[in-house]
Design a protein around this ligand. Structure first.
Ligand SMILES: [Cu+2]
Length: 218
């Protein structure tokens, strides 16, 4: 089962590309084998009528109908891929306007750790390297950096965005299942880059909101 909305997006896009590629390969290789067998060299083979002869303009060959057919089929396939790709990009770059209280989280990258800020109205929470979110809610992350360029990636969710000082990049997702997922920096940011990891902890809604609403400062 898919673990998040973003994984569903990328998996279906990947599926669209793969199935179209398989369909095209079957047609291309089928025709290739058919023509290799059909037009193989035989003792009775003779030169085709349109064989180029030095000093003579070759006769025109091919049919306009097959050109129109191949161009239209290619166009249909490319349009399907373009619509699929732009649909996925549009979905990923359009965060939902209203997310629940506690579902919009500030992410600040540092050399070499991740800081997550939660604001529950009375006091800001701050966790390091552990991003807690509730399952089955839209989650919005506002990602920035305190020093150099970093890149927040969540493995398994097929999602990432740059963390740039002075700029905020927003990404969103909808977790389908509880569990822990690896967060990793995807931009070489210094000597500790390889250790710049975190955990996305997808909690049950009850457990998350109990944590979020607790009076203990984290
Ligand atoms: Cu980094």
């Amino acid at each position: 089962m898919a673990v998040s909305s973003t994984q569903v997006q990328f998996d279906s896009l990947f599926g669209l590309f793969t199935y179209l590629a398989i369909a095209v390969s079957i047609v291309v290789f089928g025709l290739l084998i058919y023509f290799i067998v059909k037009y193989r060299e035989r003792p009775s083979s003779r030169q085709p009528d349109d064989t180029p002869i030095l000093g003579r303009i070759p006769p025109s060959r091919g049919h306009a109908r097959s050109v129109v057919l191949t161009v239209s089929l290619s166009t249909i396939i490319l349009v399907a891929l373009i619509i699929g790709s732009f649909g996925a990009i549009d979905n990923i770059l359009t965060p939902p306007q209203n997310v629940c209280q506690g579902c919009a989280i500030e992410v600040i990258a540092h050399q070499f750790y991740w800081e997550f800020k939660y604001d529950n109205g009375t006091k800001p929470y701050r966790t390091l390297d552990i991003l807690r979110v509730p399952v089955e809610e839209n989650i919005r992350l506002n990602v920035t950096s305190a020093d150099v360029f970093h890149d927040l990636g969540i493995i398994g969710y097929s999602i990432k965005t740059d963390a740039i000082p002075g700029r905020t990049n927003t990404i969103w997702f909808y977790p389908n299942t509880t569990g822990n997922f690896t967060i990793q920096c995807f931009e070489l940011c210094g000597s500790g880059h390889a250790t710049m990891k975190g955990i996305l902890m997808v909690m049950s809604q009850a457990a998350y909101f109990a944590w979020y609403n607790s009076t203990v400062v984290h």
